[in-house]
Design a protein around this ligand. Structure first.
Ligand SMILES: Nc1nc2c(ncn2[C@@H]2O[C@H](COP(=O)(O)OP(=O)(O)OP(=O)(O)O)[C@@H](O)[C@H]2O)c(=O)[nH]1
Ligand SMILES: [Zn+2]
Length: 184
């Protein structure tokens, strides 16, 4: 579909009662287009290219945790931000993944229109697929602006979602170890 985004934005400004020709708004369509390219860049990213071969052989089989990865995404119902933290743990099977790549995988899926549950699952499934780990656990805690600045207007509610696979699903002790290491 060939949509001129700046043209659309000018119509959008008129529809909310604005004048797209007033000085302060003249460059706004271009700015929003640039901002959206960044916020939705996940649609054009390829997981393999992002991982870039950063998978390393390992004898280690202890749980690896990366916690407090900050996360910004956009809710698919209202196109408003939700933001918070993502905690990831995995038990490697002969290989581990470059540390930064875990955060990059979070961003590939966060930089799209999302619901928190699907985002959590997509991150977990992708780490599982590419590391071939014994198990993966993902917890996301996030606040949704669609619940804060409109709608029910609840400022302090935090949504927590989780995804467990492999030993994280089968073995309650592994899950408990993960939860205690991320202070949950
Ligand atoms: N489960 C889940 N719900 C979400 C997420 N983001 C937004 N929502 C909810 O999606 C629902 C959409 O409900 P609708 O009744 O169709 O939309 P609405 O009239 O704007 O709803 P209100 O927000 O209650 O005013 C709302 O309850 C939102 O809080 C998410 O990531 N996960
Ligand atoms: Zn929403």
């Amino acid at each position: 579909m060939n949509i001129d985004f700046k043209d659309f934005l000018r119509k959008y400004l008129i529809s909310i009662g604005e004048d797209p020709n007033r000085e302060g708004l003249l460059d706004t369509p271009q700015r929003v287009e640039d901002a959206y390219k960044f916020l939705f860049k996940g649609y054009n990213q390829n997981v393999e290219e992002v991982i870039n071969g950063a998978l390393f052989k390992s004898e280690a089989s202890e749980m690896i945790i990366v916690k407090n990865i900050e996360l910004y995404s956009m809710c698919e119902h209202h196109i408003l931000p939700f933001f918070g933290k993502c905690h990831i743990g995995y038990v490697p099977e002969e290989q581990f993944i470059g540390l930064s790549k875990i955060a990059r995988i979070v961003d590939i899926f966060a930089r799209r229109l999302q619901i928190q549950e699907r985002l959590t699952k997509e991150i977990g499934e992708t780490i599982m697929k590419y590391t071939n780990a014994k198990g993966v656990g993902v917890v996301i805690e996030a606040q949704h602006l669609c619940m804060m600045m409109r709608g029910v207007e609840k400022q302090n509610s935090v949504m927590t979602t989780s995804y467990n696979n492999g030993v994280f699903r089968k073995d309650p002790r592994t899950r408990a170890e993960f939860m205690s290491l991320i202070d949950k």
